[in-house]
Design a protein around this ligand. Structure first.
Ligand code: ATP
Length: 376
């Protein structure tokens, strides 16, 4: 398949046209489930669409599949506009979170169904199934009926059915969300292996950042129907475009602290209302901050450290201290909020103990509290 491109795509559901909204949020967005969505997916690329519930992920996937009309904009494969085409003419394989297998048919016949509907010869169908069955480890299941399969097995069959005709574009909607932790991990590895083997352009929709980070070449992050950022997993982790992405990607989440900039002898300090804590502003921000400016300071828990006794700085008390085996997590009170950090397993602290903090300067992020946009 050539490049897939969404160009300024909008979706407003019909009931919104009549003033009927599904939720308060939908009303706030004036019924637009997706707004001005533009991104491209290269041939063979694996793209994850990630975002919280209601952000428009499934709507986007359904528009790509042709199951939903688009209100404005265009969907292109290469230079061909496809949003006028019927789903069956788009050469797309679909696997949704509910397996929707045909219960009376064996796994083999489920896999063969669409090819039979297109009058493909038996030998061609068998060849196609012989190819995909091992890729998704369903060879042993071919004679079984869906009712005899576990959730994980049903999802394997579901995905195998979506790729058996070798579609140009494979769309996966939360394929792992019904599965338990271990099964999720296993199937995640298999999906990755399968993609590596067939190199089919694939889009997965998920609200699970771990799934998106581990499977996708690039991630599209959405909120309230709008694209927030598209980039490689490490790019969105290391350089979040705004406060929303910063807080959404990463576990435990990034600390986002309200701060007021103060002058210091040499440079500036981050101060935090209601707290004695003062942190030196890294020199790379000196050109963009000024005294009295309000900023949101982002720092991941792994990038906050307890400073040694020689380091200058102020202290803050430990509010929560948790032992998780190989690491300890603690939270330090900063004004009304908590600053979370992880500490090595071989050092012990006590609740209430004041600690001096140090942030890895190159791992701090600044955001404009009014717009949420990244500064610098
Ligand atoms: P989830 O992760 O919960 O599935 P999502 O990110 O996939 O959420 P969508 O299902 O695409 O989000 O929904 C986006 C918005 O569109 C929501 O406000 C939702 O209420 C609204 N919406 C979805 N389907 C319809 C519909 N058929 N009619 C009206 N509004 C709809």
């Amino acid at each position: 398949m050539a490049q897939l491109r969404l160009q300024g795509v909008y979706k407003r559901y019909d009931n919104a046209e009549k003033g009927i909204f599904r939720s308060r949020k939908a009303k706030q967005q004036n019924g637009y489930a997706v707004e001005n969505l533009t991104f491209t997916c290269e041939d063979g690329e694996f793209v994850g669409i990630l975002g919280p519930s209601g952000c428009g992920k499934t709507t986007t996937l359904r528009m790509l599949a042709g199951l939903e009309t688009i209100t404005a904009g265009g969907i292109f494969i290469g230079e061909t506009r496809i949003n006028g085409l019927l789903p069956k003419d788009r050469n797309i394989g679909l696997a949704f979170e509910d397996y929707a297998l045909y219960p009376p048919l064996t796994v083999y016949e489920n896999l063969a169904f669409n090819m039979r509907a297109k009058d493909k010869p038996d030998a061609e169908i068998k060849k196609a199934i012989d190819y995909v069955a091992p890729l998704l480890k369903v060879e042993e299941l071919l004679d079984m009926k869906p009712s005899a399969l576990s959730g994980g097995q049903k999802q394997r069959v579901n995905i195998a059915r979506a790729i058996v005709r070798r579609p140009g574009l494979l769309l996966l909607d939360e394929p792992l969300s019904h599965l338990d932790g271990k099964m999720r991990q296993q199937l995640r590895h298999e999906i990755k292996r399968m993609h590596h083997e067939i190199k089919c352009t694939t889009i997965i929709v998920t609200h699970d950042q771990m799934e998106a980070m581990s499977l996708a070449d690039r991630i599209v992050i959405m909120k309230d129907g709008n694209l927030q950022q598209m980039g490689e997993p490490l790019e969105v982790y290391d350089n979040p475009a705004n406060e929303f992405v910063a807080g959404f990607i990463g576990e435990p989440p990034m600390n986002l602290l309200s701060s007021v900039i103060a002058r210091a002898d040499r440079g500036f300090l981050f101060t935090f209302p209601g707290s004695e804590l003062r942190i030196e502003v890294p020199s790379r921000y000196h050109g963009i901050v000024s005294e009295g400016q309000r900023v949101t300071l982002g720092v991941r828990p792994v990038d906050v450290m307890v400073a040694d006794g020689l380091t200058m700085g102020s202290e803050a008390p430990i509010a929560i201290y948790e032992n998780l085996g190989d690491e300890r997590r603690m939270s330090v009170r900063v004004g009304d909020g908590l600053l979370n950090m992880t500490t090595p397993g071989d050092v012990w602290y006590e609740k209430g103990q004041p600690v001096r903090l140090e942030f890895k300067a190159e791992k701090t992020h600044l955001f404009d509290p009014a717009t949420g946009k990244r500064l610098g």
